[in-house]
Write a protein of this length. Structure first.
Length: 412
């Protein structure tokens, strides 16, 4: 009798998923590979076809709001894998997950083992009811499922060695810091200056200090801590929309920028080139750090195809706004095979050329001083921390926190 699983069986799909995630670099350790190869994803994504549940880069949406926007999902396997690698849950640890779906809680339960504890929390009772049922059905009834606002954590089960947040957070609430054991860590998709990164933050006294970060995307947090970005439209023609994503109280002159979009563009090129598959996530974080007027331009495919803008990114590209003018990052192919691209900027408005040149100046600065890493250092202090007690760097003030972003060799 042939005991080899069929190629479309859950067992074979799990083995294939582990290999794909290793190839993507999302899995880096045997511990994470083992749990992802063991826990049945289909048990936590019954809404999806088997192949979809095991697609390494596909999230399974489990609930939408009245406007059709996703408000709960089972995260894509590659995101879950790299966040588990970031979190590094150890046997015996006490772990809190904020944002519940069941799947990730099962992974955490396997990693902390019988000597550890996992609490998964969500504000939505439909989400927690679903997670509780699926966890029990899959044999993970030891996971504590709590219905509560994640802004306030789970004080009755603290202190935690690890808090893993699986929703997009605009800030770090005081409860998370207070419920973290000394030296404990938070892994959180934090939105800073319009960009979301999954940060590993370690508690050092009343501060949280980064130990690395990864590009990510998550549904936004709900409840007391909810603070969504604003989208202002510069062009509202159906299928040709162009807008700016604003964060942290950013204000722009919308009418002036609408007029700017209609003006001829100016192009400035940097001479800096990148490979077609080369990540430039740190460039965007650098630009968000150093540009005072940083925001993001977003546009539909129709707007790009009509030549109104050069980018159709739904999440937006780095943009510098200077009063009645804006310039955004773009690329152009430098060879016929389109495998290498030059970075540059397109500007619109009365000061288009100067604004585009200002953005390009910082692209060159990144290339010369930051491109080879090690990346930014993030330090998060409580709101009210005096300026002279903050590290040098860009300071982003939020309701609960003062976030400092600095780069190696960067001048204060």
């Amino acid at each position: 009798m042939n005991s080899t699983p069929a190629s479309d069986s859950p067992e074979a799909l799990r083995a294939g998923l582990v290999k794909q995630l290793r190839d993507l670099g999302a899995i880096r350790t045997d511990r994470v590979a083992s749990v992802i190869g063991q826990v049945p994803r289909e048990a936590f994504a019954p809404e999806a076809r088997l192949a979809e549940a095991y697609d390494p880069q596909r999230a399974v949406v489990t609930k939408r709001d009245k406007d059709g926007l996703a408000i709960s999902s089972v995260s894509a396997a590659n995101v879950q894998a790299f966040m588990l690698e970031q979190a590094d849950p150890q046997p015996g640890e006490n772990v809190l997950e904020i944002g519940s779906g069941g799947m990730n809680a099962a992974y955490l339960a396997e990693l902390v083992g019988s000597a550890g504890t996992v609490t998964t929390l969500d504000i939505d009772p439909e989400v927690t009811d679903r997670a509780r049922r699926l966890l029990a059905d899959a044999g993970y009834d030891s996971v504590h499922v709590v219905t509560a606002d994640g802004e306030f954590g789970a004080p009755g089960r603290a202190p935690f060695d690890l808090i893993e947040v699986t929703v997009g957070a605009p800030d770090i609430p005081p409860a998370w810091r207070e419920q973290l054991a000394p030296g404990g860590r938070i892994v959180v998709p934090l939105r800073v200056r319009g960009l979301m990164r999954s940060f590993v933050l370690v508690r050092e006294g009343d501060r949280l200090v980064s130990r690395g970060y990864e590009l990510c995307g998550f549904v936004p947090m709900q409840g007391a801590g909810e603070q969504r970005e604003r989208l202002v439209l510069l062009r509202n023609t159906p299928n040709e929309e162009v807008g700016l994503r604003l964060d942290d109280g950013d204000q722009v002159d919308v009418e002036a920028l609408r007029a700017a979009l209609s003006s001829p563009r100016e192009e400035v090129w940097s001479g800096v080139t990148v490979g077609g598959e080369e990540p430039i996530d740190d460039l965007d974080l650098w630009l968000a750090t150093v540009l005072d007027g940083h925001t993001r331009l977003t546009a539909t495919v129709g707007a790009r195809d009509k030549g109104i803008v050069a980018s159709a990114s739904p999440l937006g590209v780095a943009t510098l706004v200077a009063g009645d003018t804006f310039a955004y990052r773009t690329v152009r192919a430098v060879d016929e095979t389109r495998t290498r691209f030059e970075l540059g900027a397109y500007g619109h408005g009365p000061a288009a050329a100067a604004t585009a040149a200002g953005l390009v100046k910082e692209i060159r600065a990144w290339d010369q001083s930051q491109r080879s890493g090690p990346g930014a250092r993030i330090e998060i202090c409580p709101a009210g921390t005096p300026d002279d007690q903050l590290p040098a760097g860009r300071v982003v003030d939020k309701a609960h926190s003062r976030i400092s972003i600095s780069w190696p060799g960067q001048r204060p």
